[in-house]
Design a protein around this ligand. Structure first.
Ligand code: HEM
Length: 99
């Protein structure tokens, strides 16, 4: 298993559960208004893609030690950063009322 995953892996699970719980509580406070908004729908789509990537190609890319950055590392990293930034910006868009 990649050193990175051994060191950071245990924190990722806890952080994900915390983000999902706090996110849901934000949503529950105004579920109808937020749920009908396009920003929230894009956020949930990006969140599903980000989680799918995390448990598939990201996990494969970090499953073994390897010299240097392979194409899979770059693909997993680039897609992952793009999706998680999208989740955050969509969350901010909800806060700004860009529904
Ligand atoms: C797990 C990964 C998640 C990340 C990284 C994330 C990130 C963020 C960020 C950065 C914001 C902007 C905070 C701000 O305005 O300062 C936000 C807002 C928000 N998030 Fe999430 N979120 C996540 C999951 C969720 C989930 C699962 C839900 C709902 C089911 C959710 C619902 C919301 C809502 C409703 C807001 C807007 C709050 C407001 O009115 O300002 N989030 N999120």
């Amino acid at each position: 298993m990649h050193l990175w995953r051994r060191q950071v892996g245990p924190y990722i699970g806890t952080a994900l559960v915390l983000a999902l719980l706090t996110g849901f509580s934000l949503f529950a406070s105004e579920a109808v208004r937020i749920g009908n908004g396009s920003a929230f729908q894009y956020k949930m789509l990006l969140l599903c893609v980000a989680l799918l990537l995390h448990f598939t190609i990201h996990r494969k890319a970090t499953s073994r030690e390897s010299e240097g950055m392979t194409g899979l590392h770059k693909l997993a990293g680039g897609l992952s950063i793009g999706c998680w930034l999208g989740v955050a910006f969509a969350g901010r868009a909800i806060g700004f009322g860009f529904l």
